[in-house]
Design a binder for this molecule. Structure first.
Ligand SMILES: Nc1ncnc2c1ncn2[C@@H]1O[C@H](COP(=O)(O)OP(=O)(O)OP(=O)(O)O)[C@@H](O)[C@H]1O
Length: 258
């Protein structure tokens, strides 16, 4: 088992964002975490990556409890995420953005950097090669010298994933990677996630693009108002009454507001 989420609850000063949510992920799976707006999906990512501590419950990653760990320690263990909003170093090149993502794996100390030791030079070369390898995977190698802000929107989202891959994750958390993408970009994203899966990396995906979720995920976990209301294959979730009601409820409210 890669990840075991055990009865996680999170309370933000009276707002119950998550209540007793449990699920687990096996090595190599692509799992979808879905639910209407405000259901608690991003909060769950924040719990797994230790952005905030849970109010109760425990998360186990590859047999090790994450309780009390800091975000950088979680990254080092092999969990990395992307964010809903693009968070790139927009004035750095594409390659530099990926190299920054590799930072947590470096072993060069301050003095080795100052004196440009052989170890440091070797490590720098390795980081460069690794960055290019990842850029090749995400299809951005030809843009390695481009300044990040000059990439198209879809390319910037791919660069975010590249940066996350640079930390060598065993578990990759993607927060709405298809948001704002056109059909072609979404298809490319499908191919990229498939490639990531074939590298043996386990993926937990928050996504509102249901056709993409249904195509790429082997299993879905559905949240509504902070509670898990269903879990199962895409087919079983599509016909689940409680899930349909949770989503229809949102649509009806939106219609009323319109
Ligand atoms: N840092 C925080 N402080 C206070 N309340 C928060 C915080 N983070 C999330 N919440 C609240 O927790 C609830 C769940 O929010 P969350 O962002 O996890 O939902 P979501 O499912 O990711 O929604 P969306 O699909 O809109 O991104 C919401 O009511 C939100 O306002």
């Amino acid at each position: 088992m890669v990840l075991e989420v055990k009865k996680i609850s999170k309370n933000f000063g009276g707002i119950q964002a998550l209540t007793d949510v449990s699920f687990s992920i096996e090595q190599g799976e692509v799992i979808g975490l879905i639910g209407p707006n405000g259901a608690g999906k991003t909060t769950m990512f924040n719990m797994i990556t230790a952005m905030f501590p849970p109010s109760s419950g425990e998360i186990i990653f590859m047999g090790k409890s994450l309780s009390g760990l800091k975000p950088h320690e979680i990254t080092k263990l092999g969990i990395c995420r992307t964010f809903q909003n693009i968070r790139l170093f927009s004035d750095l090149t594409v390659r530099e953005n990926v190299m920054v993502g590799n930072h947590c794996r470096l072993t060069t100390g301050v003095w080795q950097s100052v004196f440009r030791t052989k170890h440091q030079k070797q490590e720098e070369k390795k980081v460069l090669e690794k960055a290019d390898e990842i850029l090749e995977i995400v299809g951005l190698l030809e843009h390695s010298q481009t300044i990040a802000k000059n990439l198209s929107y879809g390319q910037q989202r791919r660069l975010e994933i590249a940066r996350a891959l640079a930390s060598d994750p065993k578990l990759l958390l993607l927060d709405e990677p298809a948001a704002g993408m056109n059909e072609k970009e979404t298809n490319d994203l499908f191919d990229l996630i498939t490639k990531i899966k074939s590298l043996g990396i386990t993926v937990l995906l928050i996504e509102h693009d249901m056709p993409l979720v249904m195509r790429i995920c082997s299993r879905l976990v559905v949240l509504n108002f902070g509670e898990k209301i269903a879990e199962g294959t895409p087919d079983s979730i599509q016909t689940n009454k409680e899930v349909i009601e949770a989503y229809l409820g949102v649509e009806e409210e939106e219609e009323e507001l319109a």
